[in-house]
Ligand binder design. Structure first.
Ligand SMILES: O=C(O)C1=C[C@@H](OP(=O)(O)O)[C@@H](O)[C@H](O)C1
Ligand SMILES: C=C(OP(=O)(O)O)C(=O)O
Length: 429
């Protein structure tokens, strides 16, 4: 385990281009592996998680060439995955395990999907249910990985997602793409729609009527040439850091601004950030822009995050909670029970680490309340080997009194290996 020491900063300034979005990189890797032809992916995520997706595609017969760290060529299997010679290792990535299950379930092989300790604790019944309804046979161990999939022909279903999850939605869409008939799916809270855009980019037809999506089975995918937008969830750490200093000036270049992810920007604005969109364009259905962030003269306010908003910015909640003590009115998060079944129990780890830094905080089953106007001190932080916790508390440490030690800092590499170097460049001391 590695430890990073974070010193307090006096300001946060600079201009950065973020590595490719993790969610989009996963989808491009998986669909490229199924498609016919060679897909070139530029600005692919440098995080370990999307590389787990690439590794699984290679084990299933795709050819992967890593030209440089961010430019990857994937020659797909033209719709026919081969029987892998070893278990498909999803590492720490829930996205890989859940979306891959849908992608491979119709192929006539037996697959075993494994992951690390954290992934083995995460709920997988949520994908087993719809895939079984489609006719797949999946064995779990007490609701968890390892997953064994006995692949075979699938039938279309009409599915209503019981929990807001883009990963479950994607598993059903990817299976539906290869099922017999037209699969429909509706979600009560609209989750990130990268899969819909990616499927269309690879040539599939997908329709949406209200909140109901439909995809016909038997469609073939063809290779694309795509550049992955910068990761807004990685940017969230720097956006929150910028909010902590009245004279901050942060420019994020070519960052993903997909509206199903961008409510984070509304939250930053509500908290007291002044965001200027300098440029915006669309690439393969994804909005990409350059934004400048300063702090509004009114300073850092607080807010309550609940309902659909909690689901839409679920990965950003730990860092928002971690800056809660520095706001005027505090930050309350509700309707976020899902945080308990991410890479760690993120509610309990955020509470424990905030308390270690001297903050007052109330824990709820579905969230937490952090009063504002609190002073924190440097402390010893346990990342729980969770990337988002390691990065969230590195941000909180910038305004604490004294140094903070982040134990298990290497976890950041799951989504953002460049995090500590970039943080060091942006934090002015
Ligand atoms: O579809 C995706 O790329 C993701 C969806 C979310 O998970 P759920 O689908 O479990 O909500 C999110 O937490 C995860 O980091 C990435
Ligand atoms: C929850 C996350 O990812 P996954 O579900 O893919 O492990 C995350 O990146 O915060």
């Amino acid at each position: 385990m590695s430890t990073q020491t974070i010193r307090p900063a006096r300001s946060f300034q600079g201009s950065v281009t973020l590595p490719g979005d993790k969610s989009i990189s996963h989808r491009y890797a998986l669909l490229a592996g199924l498609a016919e032809g060679t897909t070139r992916l530029s600005n692919f995520s440098t995080g370990a998680d999307p590389h787990s997706s690439l590794g699984c595609m290679e084990a299933l017969g795709a050819k992967i060439v890593i030209n440089d760290t961010k430019t990857i060529d994937v020659t797909g299997t033209a719709g026919s995955f081969t029987q892998p010679s070893k278990p498909l290792d999803c590492g720490n990535s829930g996205s890989t395990m859940r979306m891959l299950s849908g992608l491979i379930a119709s192929h006539p092989h037996i697959f075993t999907l494994i992951g690390d300790h954290s992934l083995t604790l995460r709920p997988m019944e949520r994908i087993r249910k719809p895939l079984m309804q489609m006719g797949a046979k999946l064995d779990l161990v007490d609701g968890h990985a390892p997953i064994t999939i006995y692949g075979g022909p699938l039938n279309a279903i009409d599915f209503e997602t019981p929990i807001p999850s883009a990963q479950v939605k994607t598993a059903v869409l990817f299976a539906g793409l290869q099922a017999q008939g037209t699969t429909s799916l509706s979600e009560s809270i609209r989750t990130r729609d990268h899969s819909e855009h990616a499927l269309r980019a690879f040539g599939a037809t997908l329709t949406r009527e209200g909140d109901r999506l439909s995809i016909a089975g038997g469609q073939k995918l063809r290779a694309i040439d795509a550049t992955v937008p910068g990761d807004l969830s990685s940017a969230a750490f720097f956006l929150c850091a910028a909010l902590l200093f009245p004279d901050s000036n942060l420019v994020l270049d070519a960052v993903g601004m997909n509206p199903t992810r961008a409510s984070l920007l509304d939250v930053v604005t509500a908290l007291g950030g002044a965001i200027k969109v300098l440029h915006v364009e669309e690439k393969h259905g994804e909005m990409v822009g350059t934004i400048q962030v300063n702090v509004a003269p009114s300073g850092l306010k607080g807010m309550e995050i609940s309902g659909a908003l909690s689901a839409q910015i679920i990965d950003e909640l730990p860092v928002l909670a971690a800056i809660g003590p520095y706001t005027r009115d505090g930050i309350t998060i509700r309707d976020a029970k899902e945080l308990r079944v991410k890479e760690s129990d993120r509610i309990s780890l955020v509470v424990r680490n905030l308390r270690a830094m001297g903050a007052e905080v109330t824990e709820f089953e579905d969230g937490l309340a952090v009063p504002g106007n609190q002073k924190l001190h440097g402390a010893s932080i346990d990342s729980g080997t969770d990337h988002r916790i390691a990065m969230a508390f590195s941000v909180a440490a910038l305004r604490a009194e004294g140094d903070t030690e982040i134990h298990g800092a290497e976890a950041a590499a799951i989504s953002f290996p460049e995090f500590f170097t970039m943080l060091d460049t942006l934090a002015q001391r």
